[in-house]
Each structure stands twice: as structure tokens, then as C-alpha cells.
Design a protein around this ligand. Structure first.
Ligand SMILES: Cc1cc2nc3c(=O)[nH]c(=O)nc-3n(C[C@H](O)[C@H](O)[C@H](O)COP(=O)(O)O)c2cc1C
Length: 478
């Protein structure tokens, strides 16, 4: 119960609060507060547009009651992938057809379809030439600096760092190359709109190229770019041009969103006070409908904190302390952008209290959506389930501790054993992607899937060998 002007008001119960709609600055109405966060689907190899597996997966999500569905990262440059399974987007008829088919499926899947956003992205210096095979091994990634991600020191860190990134990134030094990147982002957004998507999310978090531009660690001397008003800080020039370009070249109803770190969690990297100033600037431009808050990079993958998998009692989501102190300074939607908070929001009570305490306007949910694609309808908004039971509950990945230890990823959340954080996070991410591959084949997720079984069956047999001759035939037929 809250008291306002001397009158007591009964607050809506948790499920009703989460089920309430919200209007974005561009007038688009989101039917509830649940967002399927961006997750690389892990389906298919070597880049390219969505395949039948993607269509099946997105149909399941679209029938699940989500307010917004954000795609996995779609790379704007096929030479720079974040994983060998990444989707790419190019201005070709084939791409337009495939992305249109996906949008149609999502919009037709239910009477009240979700808003569908495409996460457009460039991994910057974190793109590996050896794992993704999207360019020759000696061809460098690009970034505002010449570096390779720090794999946390130690012998294992050194070995992994040099295997994944045989060369340091090439530093982009001239404005023309940055402007070309701006163009690629804008073109991708325009194509997404043409393909019937409801909007885009610009990936400017997790140590990707745009986050590298924002970070003092990876961009100590930002390049000033032409065409930017004087009052915009140089560090924000790249993001400004991309947002301005998309805003000016798409319809007002096309949703524009950005995903940004509250901190890089790295010495010398973007910190919370800098992130606060960046968010305030972004809001002041009035170009955005949604801002999603996340945190971390490949070096410190805070967004993949393993605690959230196994501790349902944890009463704090990953970055709520940041948004709770930020939101009082921002206008609420529709006067300002809606804020998505993502990371650890895996139960109804926590989501509702985050909305009530103004930690967010929308709740982003990642990993649980791999195991329960219709999580909103099935659990969070399901009035037949009492609040205390409306949660995912703890689960652990069979064999993951062993694999983390063997691969040098440390001993898991409760261990004091140091390791390479990216490997630890990767073990969990891959397992969740394998669940998405199962959904893409029309199968149910397998909570008991041993990590090694996932590697052999999902990754090697289904993804690399496409499930044998039948799969080759289907792939050849398109
Ligand atoms: C399988 C998987 C793939 C992911 N891919 C992306 C991605 O493409 N883009 C992105 O911004 N975040 C990605 N993430 C991070 C999620 O969006 C989210 O920030 C993270 O999982 C924390 O939320 P959660 O605790 O609800 O899982 C991925 C996470 C997982 C588990």
C-alpha cells in the first residue's frame, strides 16, 4: 500500500503490475514489462541471414507472451563476427527475404504480438579470427586502439588470449573509417525496417566496438567526427551519428534502443559515474525510445554472472544499484526513454519490486528464456501460480564445473580458484545456446543435458555436420 496526498492507494499485485502496458516516447505501446533479452541463437555457421531454426525459435518466443523480443546480435560486417554462429545483415534480396520471413512469423504468432527489435552490432576488438573463421587468422580485428582482450593474466589466460586473438586489433585512426561504420549501422537499421521489424537495438555494451569507443581504456584519445554539434562530447560522437542517422532515416514509429554498460568492471574502463553522464546525454538528445543497462566485457563478463543461475534467494538483480540511483534524474516514459534492466531478474517478486522501486521500466530476461520460451505466459504472468512460486528456481549445468576447470575457466561461482572469466562464462553461454538450437529443431529444452553431450550432439553433430545427409539436403534446398 502507498500513501499519496493523504489517500491510501492499493498497489496492483505483482503479476498485474508486470502485465501493465507502457508507452514509449515514439507512441508505440509495449503490452507488458517483460523483454526477451538479446541472445545470440547459436544456430547455423558462418554468418548469413536467419534459417528455418531461427524461425521455429522465434515462433516459440512470440507465442510466449513477451512484451518485447530482442534478437541475438546481428553483425553489420560479415568479416567481424562475435561467434561463428552469428547472423549478419547485408543489403541483399536474400537477407531482406529471410529477415522479413522472421518478422512475419513473430507478428502472426499471437493475437497480441510482441515488439520485435533487431540487435545490430559490431564486436570490435573482441572478434576472433580463429574461432569465427570470418576472416584469415592473421587479419586483425578493428578497434579504437591496438590491443587484445586481457584474459586475466596467468598462463591459461596468455594461451587462450593468443589462440583466440593471434594478432592485436588494428587501431582505426581516421574519421572516414568511423563514418563508414556509422553508415553500416544506419543501413542495417533501414533494412530492418524494410524487412518489417519494429525497431533496432544498437549494441553498445559488453566491450563491443561502440562500447570500446565509449571506454577511456580502449579509446584514450577519441577522434572528433564531422557533422556532430559542438555540445556533444567527443567520446559520444560515434553513437550520436549512428542514432541521428537511424532517427532521420526511419519512421518515427520505428523503435530505437541502445544497450549500454553501467560499468566495464575494469581498471581504467568506463565507470558508473561516466556511464551516468553518458545516459543523461543520450536522454537529452531525444533520439531514443529505450535504453538497456548491462555491464562488463569479455575480460570481465559481469553480464554472465553465474550466481544468477543457482541462487533464487538472491534479492538483487545484477545492475539495479546503478539504475535505482539513475532513474530519479530521468523523465519517465513516454516523456523519456524506457529503461530495461537485464541480469538476474528471474522471478516475479523481484521483477515487480524492481518496477515499484523504479530500478527499471522493463525487465530484460536472458537465460531463463532458453529453458522456458513462454516464461511470461507460463510463469511470470500466470495468475494460477502464487508469487513465491513464480520463479525459475536454481538449476545447474551438468558437467559445467568439470569443463570450467579443464578449460581453465576457474571453479565456478563458489570457488576461490582463479581462472579465465571468459571461459567460465562461455561454458554457460554455449549450453544455453544449445537449448536454443533444440527449440529451433522443434524439440523441447533439456535441463539435464550434460555439457559434453551438448558439445558433441548440438554443436558438432547438428551445427557443424547439420545432422547428416538429410540436413545437407535441406540446407542445399534452402
Ligand atoms: C546464450 C546467450 C547469448 C547471449 N547473447 C547476447 C547478445 O547477442 N547480445 C547481448 O547484448 N547480450 C547477449 N547475452 C547477454 C544477455 O542479453 C543478458 O544480458 C545476460 O544473459 C544476463 O541476463 P540473465 O541473467 O537474465 O540471463 C547473451 C546471453 C546468453 C545466455
Amino acid at each position: 500500500m502507498t500513501v499519496q496526498n493523504g489517500m491510501s492507494l492499493v498497489e496492483p499485485d505483482d503479476a498485474k503490475l508486470i502485465a501493465s502496458s507502457i508507452t514509449l516516447p515514439n507512441g508505440v505501446v509495449v503490452q507488458n514489462r517483460l523483454v526477451k533479452a538479446a541472445m545470440a541463437e547459436g544456430i547455423g555457421l558462418g554468418g548469413g541471414p536467419p534459417q528455418s531454426g531461427h524461425l521455429n525459435l522465434y515462433r516459440r518466443w512470440a507465442q510466449g507472451g513477451w512484451g518485447i523480443i530482442i534478437s541475438g546480435n546481428v553483425q553489420i560486417d560479415p568479416g567481424h563476427l562475435a561467434s561463428p554462429h552469428d547472423l549478419t545483415l547485408l543489403p541483399t534480396p536474400q537477407c531482406l527475404k529471410a529477415y522479413s520471413a522472421l518478422a512475419k512469423i513473430v507478428h502472426a504468432a499471437s493475437a497480441s504480438p510482441p515488439i520485435l527489435l533487431m540487435q545490430i552490432s559490431h564486436p570490435g576488438l573482441q572478434s576472433s579470427s580463429t574461432i569465427n573463421l570470418s576472416r584469415l587468422p592473421w587479419q586483425a580485428a578493428i578497434a579504437p586502439c591496438s590491443a587484445r582482450p586481457d584474459m586475466n593474466g596467468g598462463t591459461m589466460g596468455w594461451i587462450w588470449g593468443h589462440v583466440i586473438w593471434p594478432t592485436k586489433s588494428r587501431k582505426i585512426v581516421n574519421a572516414v573509417e568511423w563514418l563508414d561504420i556509422v553508415k553500416k549501422f544506419v543501413d542495417a537499421a533501414v533494412l530492418a525496417e524494410k524487412a518489417g521489424w519494429d525497431g533496432v537495438q544498437i549494441h553498445s555494451a559488453h566491450g563491443y566496438l561502440l562500447a570500446e569507443y565509449l571506454s577511456p581504456l580502449t579509446n584514450p584519445d577519441p577522434v572528433s567526427l564531422p557533422g556532430v554539434p559542438d555540445h556533444i562530447p567527443i567520446r559520444l560522437h560515434l553513437l550520436y551519428l549512428i542514432l541521428r542517422g537511424i532517427h532521420d532515416n526511419t519512421d518515427r514509429k520505428f523503435v530505437i534502443s541502445v544497450k549500454i554498460n553501467c560499468s566495464d568492471f575494469a581498471q581504467g574502463g568506463l565507470d558508473e559515474s561516466q556511464a551516468t553522464e553518458i545516459v543523461k546525454s543520450l536522454v537529452s538528445w531525444s533520439l531514443l525510445d529505450i535504453i538497456e543497462i548491462s555491464g562488463g566485457t569479455y575480460t570481465h563478463p559481469a553480464f554472465a554472472a553465474p550466481e544468477t543461475l543457482s541462487s533464487p534467494s538472491k534479492r538483487q538483480s545484477l545492475f539495479a544499484h546503478f539504475t535505482t540511483s539513475l532513474l530519479p534524474f530521468l523523465s519517465s516514459p513516454p516523456d523519456g526513454p524506457a529503461i530495461i534492466l537485464t541480469g538476474g531478474l528471474h522471478d516475479r517478486e523481484l521483477i515487480a519490486s524492481s518496477l515499484r522501486e523504479k530500478a527499471c521500466d522493463l525487465a530484460g530476461i536472458g537465460r531463463p528464456a532458453c529453458l522456458i520460451p513462454d516464461l511470461p505466459n507460463e510463469i511470470i504472468l500466470n495468475q494460477d501460480i502464487v508469487d513465491k512460486d513464480a520463479r525459475i528456481g536454481g538449476y545447474s549445468i551438468p558437467g559445467s564445473e568439470l569443463m570450467r576447470s579443464l578449460l581453465g575457466g576457474g571453479g565456478g561461482s563458489n570457488s576461490t580458484k582463479q581462472g579465465v572469466p571468459l571461459i567460465g562464462a562461455g561454458v554457460s553461454t554455449l549450453w544455453h545456446e544449445w537449448q536454443l538450437c533444440r527449440l529451433g529443431r522443434g524439440e523441447e529444452p533439456d535441463w539435464d543435458m550434460h555439457w559434453l553431450r551438448g558439445l558433441m550432439v548440438e554443436e558438432v553433430w547438428w551445427e557443424v555436420f547439420r545432422g547428416g545427409p538429410g540436413g545437407w539436403w535441406r540446407a542445399w534446398r534452402g
